[in-house]
Design a binder for this molecule. Structure first.
Ligand SMILES: [Zn+2]
Length: 298
């Protein structure tokens, strides 16, 4: 059945565009300001910024995290507009682009960066060509126009990345996809969670999605952050341009509990409603407090 969902997703995203919509500027979350007519920036602290794409239909949020010697751009968005000018306006440190996972709405701008870091994951390592260039598979990427870029740095799970006076912990967070990466900034207690967790419908129906892995990751993140009740989780999407992406540790607790329910539901008797992503049907499970998990229809 997973194969069916995979084929459906592949066909679906061929329609996902990179065209800029002509719409007027939508409302922003409090604290955000337009950089131009595409990107909006929110300052998290002096050296950390959320770079949102409020006019993109998936409402992506990318993050720039800078230290004394280098900066990391976590996700480069769908690549509809070059993200380098906004990044350059926020830091003068050399920037390494990293990606939370390989979907089209997160790696669109990777090829614009000479320095690219990747989670050291077999599904990525195995596809690096002899010239060090990497192209995701259609199922990993999910759309036409797949990018090719050179990976210059491999981040081992649980390793620390030193930005100079600031350290990011590399976390492997499978669930949404196998190769998903999250970054944890111990100094601020921020977890940059990619598509693993954000305030909107969570996709557990795409190729590579795995509910058991999703739950295992939730449990691991809860244990990892046990001493941080003030954990602030910043996801890679918001459901609307006016919504702020930050969630607290309780969102992780609710996610773990919901995944417990889904995995215990062997006869698939939990209530659900039909939801469509483009033209892919999914089971939409709502668990309250805004937590929704989409699972395969089959
Ligand atoms: Zn995404």
């Amino acid at each position: 059945m997973k194969a069916i969902a995979s084929v459906m997703l592949t066909i679906l995203v061929l329609a996902c565009g990179g065209e800029e919509p002509p719409a007027a500027l939508p409302p922003l979350a409090p604290g955000a300001a337009w950089f131009d007519d595409w990107y909006a920036v929110t300052k998290l602290d002096e050296r950390s910024f959320a770079i949102a794409e409020p006019r993109y239909d998936q409402h992506n949020v990318n993050y720039l995290i800078a230290g004394d010697t280098r900066a990391v751009l976590f996700d480069t968005g769908p690549g509809v507009r070059d993200i380098r000018p906004v990044v350059a306006s926020l830091t003068d440190r050399p920037v390494t682009a990293a990606f939370s996972h390989l979907h089209f709405d997160h790696v669109g701008g990777q090829a614009n960066f000479a320095s690219v870091a990747s989670l050291d994951h077999p599904s990525i390592r195995s596809r690096v060509a002899s010239d060090d260039r990497f192209t995701p598979t259609l199922l990993q990427h999910g759309a036409t126009g797949r990018p090719t870029f050179r990976i210059t740095e491999w981040w081992t799970p649980d390793a620390d990345v030193d930005l100079g006076g600031r350290v990011l912990r590399v976390l492997s967070v499978p669930g949404h996809t196998a190769e998903s990466l999250a970054l944890y900034d111990a100094e601020s207690g921020r977890l940059f969670s990619g598509d693993y967790l954000y305030p909107g419908d969570l996709f557990a129906f795409v190729p590579g999605s795995d509910l058991a892995a999703y739950r295992e990751t939730a449990r691991r993140l809860l244990a990892f952050s046990a001493s941080r009740p003030d954990l602030a989780i910043y996801g890679a999407h918001v459901p609307a341009s006016s919504v702020w992406p930050r969630q607290d540790r309780r969102a992780l607790e609710r996610l773990a509990a919901a995944l417990d329910q889904l995995l215990a539901d062997r006869n698939r008797e939990l209530p659900w409603t039909l939801a469509w992503f483009e033209w892919i049907p999914t089971r939409r499970h709502a668990f309250g407090d805004g937590l929704v998990i989409l699972t395969p229809i089959f």
